[in-house]
Design a protein around this ligand. Sequence first.
Ligand code: ADP
Length: 255
Amino acid sequence: MSVPVLEAWRVSKHFGAEKAVDQVSLTVEPGTAVCILGPSGAGKSTFIRCLNFLERPDDGYVFIDGDPLGYERVGDTFNEVSGRKLSRQRQRVGMVFQQFNLFEHMSALENIIEAPCGVLGTPRKDAIEKGMSLLTRVGLANKADSYPRELSGGQQQRVAIARALAMEPHLLLCDEPTSALDPEMVHEVLAVLSNLVSEGMTMIAVTHEVGFAREVAHRFVFMERGVVIEEGPSSDLSTERVKEERTRSFLAKVL
Ligand code: ADP
């Protein structure tokens, strides 16, 4: 049996007295795409941020390729790792944000090669070659020298996806990747993500795009009030097929 790319085990995160994420577990096998759905405030974003320690869980563990994130396993004990080791562990997990988060003073290509050159020490020439092939993959080879302000939201998000891929992540996390986009640009970003899934990228996406979740992802997770209410194959994402009443009433509102 293959080792899951991600295994979250009883991950919890509190903000003050509020349990934003309450003992959420999730296992994602290689090549699987999972969409996390749920109402605003359900803890979806906090949970996905816990998966790469942008939010450090208060409790629980996150395993990437079987290795505990933030810890080093010595026999049966988990010892916390230093910041530098944690950074190295996190390199296996790429992230795409709602607001793109590109470096405004860098061109599209510079945004993409920054981490490979700065963090991995990839020679600039090789990073540029790979960066160009990634830009081609997201349909933006002609925008290599453009700055974020010169690009549409959809183009910026596609550069952000290429930037995440430049680190060759084993897992790609997407936190509402199309929520900040004008409706006509949603499709171009979903098409890029859909291609990645069909090429076998392991992905977890928080999204309100139920059509994408049903047609492109393999599985869905429905969260509310910090807990998983239901999970299942994405083909079950319809008001007729989901099992839980709360999932059904959510779908009835958004479909
Ligand atoms: P969702 O992504 O499902 O909309 P979030 O994970 O953003 O939900 O939020 C879950 C809950 O945690 C919300 O009540 C939110 O207000 C709270 N929350 C999220 N981030 C923080 C934070 N940095 N500080 C305090 N409360 C937060």
